[in-house]
Write a protein that binds this ligand. Sequence first.
Ligand code: B12
Ligand code: SF4
Length: 276
Amino acid sequence: MKIAFINPTPMDHYSPAIRALSAFVRLEGHTTRLILLPADTYGHRFDRGHITQIPQSMVWDLLDLVRDCDLVAVSFLSSFFDVAVQVTRAIQKEMSEKPLVWGGFHPTTMPHQSLEFVDMVCVGEGELAFLELVQRLEDARDFYDIRNFWFRRTDGKVIGNPVRPLIQDLDTLPYQDFDFIDNWTYDGKKEHLIPLDWKRYVQVGPKYIDRNRDMRLAYKTMITRGCPHKCAYCGVAFVHDLYKGQRYLRRRSVEHMIGEIKSVTRRYPEIGIVHF
Ligand code: B12
Ligand code: SF4
C-alpha cells in the first residue's frame, strides 16, 4: 500500500512521529511519501491572527501528491490543528473516497472532536495499530475492532476501542526513516511543494552551535518515550492516565542508540551535532 504521511511542523523538519511510523510500515513492504508542511507556532500570531492560512498553490500541490496514494495519514500536535483541518478538508472535497486517518498528540487527547473531521483516529502509540489498519485496508477486511482506533462508522455510530499495551522494548523498533526517498517540503520563494532530498535538507535542516561556536547541521532523534513526570500544564498527564498501570517512560538501549548515530553519521557526513 502507498501511504502519504502529512505533518504540519515548524521549518526544522523534525517530524519524529511520521518518521517512526514510516520506518515501521516500510519494514512490511509498504511505500511511503512524507509531506512536511510549514506550520509556524509563533509568527502567525502577530501578522495573520491565530489561524495559519495555507496558500492555494500548496493545496494544489498537496492534492497532486496524495492522488496516487491509497491512504492519507495526518499527524499533528494541537498547535497545528488549523493546518490539519485545512489539509483534510481540501482532500475530502477533491477526493471524497480517499481513506484519511488522524493521529498524534491532538487526536489522542481529542478523539471525539477529531471524528467530526475524519472517520478514523488513532489514540496513543501508533506503530502496531497503524500497521494493522494498513493491512486490513489492503486486504479489504473489517477494521472497526482495531485497538487504539476510534472510528465513525458509515451509519454515524462512534466506536472507541481500548488501547493496546505500550511497546516496552523500544529496541524492537526500527531507526526513524531518514532516507529522504520521497519527502516533500514547502519552498516559500517558489510557493510550491518541492522534493526534500538530502541536498535540500542540508540547507534547511536544524542548525545548532557547537563548542567552537560554529553552526552545525543537527540530527534530531529520541532516546526515550513517555515521561516520568506529570506536570499540571502538560498533555502528558492525560497519556499517563490512558496507560495507567503500565511503564510509561521507556528507554532505548545505549547500543541501539549508538547504532543509529553511527549509521546516520556514516551515511551523512554533513551532520555535526546529534540532538536528543
Ligand atoms: C519530544 C517533544 C518535542 C520535540 C519533538 C516534537 C514532536 N513532534 O514529537 C520538540 C522539542 C521539537 C517539541 C516541540 C514542540 N512541542 Co513537544 N513534546 C515532546 C514530548 C516531550 C515527546 C513527544 C514524542 O514522544 N514524540 C515522538 C513521537 C514518536 O511520538 P508521538 O508524536 O506521540 O507519535 C506517536 C503517536 O502519537 C502516534 N501517532 C502520531 N502521529 C500519528 C499519525 C497517525 C496517522 C497515526 C495512526 C498515529 C500517529 O504514533 C506515534 C508513534 O508511536 C511531548 C511530551 C511527552 N512526554 O510525550 C511534548 C509535546 C508533544 N509537545 C507539545 C508542544 C505543544 C510542542 C510545540 C508545539 C511547542 C511550541 N509551541 O513550539 C513544539 C512543536 C514542534 C514540532 N516540530 O512538532 C505538547 C503537545 C500538546 C498537544 N495538545 O498537542 C506536548 C504533549 C507537551 C505538552 N506541553 O503538553 N516537542
Ligand atoms: S512538561 Fe513535565 S510532564 Fe510534560 S514532558 Fe515535560 S517533564 Fe514531562
